[in-house]
Design a protein. Structure first.
Length: 313
């Protein structure tokens, strides 16, 4: 037998083996969906339907991710915008959770980072780290909420006032708070003497994930709910809250903003009326921004992100 004939024979046998394996898999699949002897048996169509739905979900998710990446790559090209996006999946028992598209939006299956791990001016988003630090001390009964402290904490989150967080930094020390932040595996050091605080959008994403899931510094339910409530009440709504509402009426946002010189930042947890929710953190600077002028850009990015990811729900 010639060398070529031997190769052709091997290829033929290999194809036969593959066909046999496919047939065996089909037989096992049918057997798996058969219920009892003589009882109702699921049809081949119904047995393969979950697989078809899963393939469709993956395909849709890939399409969304591709469009999201294209958009974010474009708007962050000049490196004056940093973005972290993380899909949290639908809320339990929500319309989105019961939707045929629920499999597309499994937690963490859709996410994006652009310049997300490059430290930038934190502005007042750093106050979320102060909140987490105090919550952790409270867990270990090393911090007690007095009426005065509660009032200062509220002013810090709702109005972005500086007196309370600056007092906490002075009282506990930069090293202690930075070490806590490092222990959470967030970017550190955030605070340095005589320097502007810095962090990354990815670090704030991780913090907000812990807040949503009630883990780490946020395991105390009462403290966690208090912070979320105050974030929903914060007064500067021209960034993520405005863009999310423009994309989908009735969307709610718990967020913390930051603004300093040409820097406008926003870090939020966004919940759509159908129960889909996600984390979005956007940092912007440059382009002669001042006061709150950059929040228009943040709103526009939010609107586009939410429309790309969730518009066909």
């Amino acid at each position: 037998m010639s060398f070529i004939m031997k190769i052709n024979k091997r290829l033929f046998l290999k194809k036969i083996c593959i066909i046999v394996l496919i047939i065996l898999e089909l037989v096992l699949l049918l057997a798996h969906f058969a219920v009892g002897n003589g009882q109702h048996r699921t049809s081949l169509f119904n047995a393969t339907q979950p697989l078809a739905n899963n393939v469709q979900a993956v395909k849709k998710r890939q399409d969304i991710q591709l469009r999201l990446n294209r958009y974010l790559k474009r708007v962050t090209r000049d490196k004056t915008v940093s973005v972290s996006f993380y899909n949290l999946g639908p809320l339990k028992n929500s319309p989105a959770a019961k939707s045929k598209l629920a499999a597309t939006y499994q937690p963490g299956k859709l996410q994006a980072e652009y310049h997300a791990r490059q430290p930038k001016t934190a502005a007042s988003t750093y106050k979320l780290f102060i909140a987490a630090y105090l919550f952790r001390r409270a867990v270990y009964q090393d911090f007690t909420w007095t009426p005065e402290l509660k009032a200062g904490f509220r002013e810090m989150i709702v109005y972005s006032a500086n007196d309370f967080p600056e007092a906490m930094l002075k009282h506990y020390g930069l090293d202690s708070i930075n070490q806590f932040i490092k222990d959470q595996q967030w970017y550190a050091p955030v605070f340095q003497s005589e320097k502007i605080s810095k962090t990354t959008t990815y670090s704030l994403q991780l913090l907000l994930m812990d807040l949503v899931k009630g883990r780490g510094a946020f395991i105390n339910t009462a403290n966690r709910n208090t912070l979320l409530k105050l974030m929903r009440q914060q007064k500067y709504r021209a960034g993520i809250p405005k863009g999310a509402a423009q994309a989908t009426a009735g969307t709610t946002v718990a967020d913390k903003v930051g603004f300093l010189k040409d820097t406008n930042n926003d870090a939020g947890i966004v919940t759509l009326p159908n129960g889909q929710h996600y984390i979005l953190v956007i940092f912007t600077h440059g382009h002669h921004q001042h006061d709150f002028s950059g929040f228009k850009k943040i709103a526009n990015i939010t609107k586009h992100v939410q429309t790309i990811v969730y518009s066909k729900q």
